[in-house]
Structure formats: structure tokens, C-alpha cells
Design a protein around this ligand. Structure first.
Ligand code: UT7
Length: 306
């Protein structure tokens, strides 16, 4: 059964917050944030709904599809506008969709989980699925906590997945979850996001490497076949460590966290869109999409661009 990626679209808030801006109110510095994370600035503002709608409008336009062409909306978000209802139905209505719509929370792996869910929905008779990853992490950030405030940001990204009998872009998928690690990265109701950064870092590198190796093996390819790595954008040092262990040159990895920070489920589509805009996605080539996040959850997939 074939699945094709159609167009992509992203949305980020207009407001740019630099490391120097944060240094005015927090005991931190541009130098520390750049060296420890790779982040230079981030975008703050909007909501999961507004960013999701804006990204989806661009993805639908890039895909050449209208509201009536979409059979299902799967929206990955860790930061829904409300606890209930889900954000997806409100996004759908604003886009003029009349199809089913649901939220999915797998934290920073959310976009990948949503793509996998969409793949399953295409197998049960749907023809086109709108997949969105959009986050409003700034709302759940304690701006007095330098541990989290320097990392988190807002943004959205989207794509349209289409059923195609003739072939498939998705060659393999590996998903995982480990609730024993739930307390490492958490946000209680009414609270703020908190993290054991060192332990998350250590585990992130491990699950990215293991799931990526498994995804490549399932697809019958090796690291040297991968032209592009599209990783979750949490910390450039995690991307460096993982690509090095996988034996993939760092210059094959897409990095946008310098401009956007960590936008959780929006980060992989933000990176994907950047690769497309910069001509780094070439037909026939293989890409490795890989993410990890709270849960812990993780996901890797090998994709061949058609
Ligand atoms: O999206 C998925 C979830 N997120 C992640 O995957 C993030 C994973 N973790 C990380 O990226 C890194 O662990 C961090 C960026 C969070 C932290 O980097 P680190 O290299 O692990 O730093 P650290 O926590 O070991 O802190 C080193 C030092 C400490 O000072 P001392 O004890 O050496 O004196 C911290 O107190 O840096 C200090 N520090 C800071 N200094 C300036 C911690 N945060 C800051 C800060 N500015 N914002």
C-alpha cells in the first residue's frame, strides 16, 4: 500500500526572542545557550490552533488540494489550546474541512506518530490526510526557569499524505514508548514544563540511534544510503552525537533549531520545510526522519522522496 507526501507548510510567530533578550531577565548568556544547545533565537507567540491553521493552509496550497479533498485531520500537539475540546476540530473548521479531526500527544515524537497514524488511516479507505504538528510551548514555560526558558519555543508545520497504489514514500517505521521515564520530562496540570536535561539527553541519543538503525534495517538500507537526516530539533549536540554514532556526516542533517529553538512536534516539519526550500530534497533520495521526546517516546522512519 502506497503513501505519498504532497506539499509542506510551516508557520512561526513574528516575534523573535534572541539569547541576549533572555539574558536580560535570566542568569544565562548567548554564549552558554549557543555552545550548549546551538540555539541563537526562537519565535514566541500564537497558539497551537493559529499556528496549526497557518501551517496547514500553506501545506494544502503546496499540495494543490482544497478542504473537500481532505478525509481526516491528525494534529500532533503537546500544548492544545484547551484540555478539551481537542484543538484539531477547531483547526478543521477554520480550514473549511468537514472531515474527522483529532489531536495526538506523543510530545516531540508527535509529528512522526501522526504520520504513522495517517498511514494507517490511508489503509482503511481514506485518500488524503492532513497531518499537523503545532505547539505553544511558551505558554507552559516558566520564564524565570533558565533550564527550560532557553530551550522552548512556538511553531507549526504540516503536510498532506496521499494514498497511491503505484508506490510508497514511506519505506519503514519504528515507534517506541517507555512510560518508566515519564518523570524525566513532564508538565503537571496548571504547572510548567520541567526536565532532567542530562538524562533526557543521554536517552535521546540512545533511542534515536537504536530506532534509526532498526528503521534502516527494516528498509533494507545502510547509513551510507541516507542523503538527508531530518531530526527532532532539541539540541544540536544530540544531533551531532546521534549522527556520529550512526556513521552519517553531520552535514547531511537538517538543523533549524538555531532559528526556532525546540518546538516539540513542530520541529520535524519545520526542518523538513527548510530542506525543501533549500533544495536539499531530491527525488529518489532517501531521508531518515527521527524524533524523541517526553513519555519517553521515539520514532524513526526511512522515506524515499518521489
Ligand atoms: O525535546 C526533547 C526534550 N529536550 C531535550 O532533549 C533536551 C536534552 N537536554 C539538553 O539539551 C541539555 O541537557 C541541556 C541543554 C538542557 C543542558 O545542557 P548540559 O550540557 O546538560 O548542561 P548542565 O545541565 O550539565 O549544566 C551545566 C552548567 C550547570 O552549572 P554548574 O553546575 O556546572 O556550575 C548549570 O547550572 O550550566 C548551568 N546552566 C546554565 N547556565 C547558563 C544550566 N542552564 C543554564 C543556562 N544558562 N540556561
Amino acid at each position: 500500500m502506497g503513501v505519498r507526501f504532497r506539499g509542506w507548510g510551516i508557520a512561526v510567530p513574528d516575534k523573535v526572542v534572541t539569547n541576549d533578550d533572555l539574558s536580560k531577565t535570566l542568569d544565562t548568556s548567548d554564549e552558554w545557550i549557543r555552545e550548549r544547545t546551538g540555539i541563537r533565537e526562537r519565535r514566541i507567540g500564537g497558539s497551537a490552533m493559529t499556528l496549526g491553521v497557518a501551517a496547514a493552509e500553506k501545506a494544502m496550497a503546496a499540495s494543490g488540494v482544497g478542504p473537500a479533498d481532505i478525509d481526516f485531520l491528525v494534529m500532533a500537539t503537546t500544548t492544545p489550546d484547551r484540555l478539551t475540546p481537542a484543538t484539531a476540530p477547531m483547526v478543521a473548521t477554520r480550514l473549511g474541512l468537514t472531515c474527522p479531526a483529532m489531536d495526538l500527544n506523543a510530545a516531540c515524537s508527535g509529528f512522526m506518530y501522526a504520520v504513522r497514524t495517517a498511514q494507517g488511516l490511508l489503509e482503511t479507505g481514506n485518500r488524503r490526510i492532513l497531518v499537523i504538528g503545532a505547539e505553544n510551548l511558551s505558554r507552559w514555560t516558566d520564564w524565570n526557569d533558565r533550564n527550560m526558558a532557553v530551550l522552548l519555543a512556538d511553531g507549526g508545520g504540516a503536510t498532506v499524505l496521499e494514498y497511491d497504489e503505484s508506490g510508497t514514500d514511506i519505506l519503514s517505521f519504528v515507534l517506541g514508548a517507555d512510560g518508566a521515564a515519564a518523570d524525566l520530562l513532564t508538565c503537571e496540570h496548571g504547572g510548567f514544563i520541567e526536565m532532567n536535561g542530562k538524562e533526557v539527553f543521554r536517552r535521546a541519543v540512545r533511542v534515536v540511534v537504536e530506532s534509526a538503525e532498526e528503521a534502516m534495517a527494516k528498509a533494507g538500507v545502510t547509513a551510507s544510503d541516507i542523503s538527508l537526516v531530518v531530526p527532532h530539533q532539541a539540541n544540536v549536540r544530540i544531533i551531532q552525537a546521534a549522527t556520529q554514532r550512526l556513521g552519517i556526516d553531520m552535514d547531511r542533517a537538517v538543523v533549524v533549531l538555531d532559528r526556532y529553538g525546540n518546538t516539540s512536534s513542530a520541529s520535524i516539519p519545520l526542518a523538513m520545510d527548510d530542506a525543501i526550500v533549500n533544495g536539499r530534497v531530491r527525488p529518489g533520495e532517501l531521508a531518515l526522519l527521527t524524533g524523541f521526546g517526553a513519555g519517553m517516546t521515539w520514532a524513526s522512519s526511512v522515506v524515499r522522496w518521489s
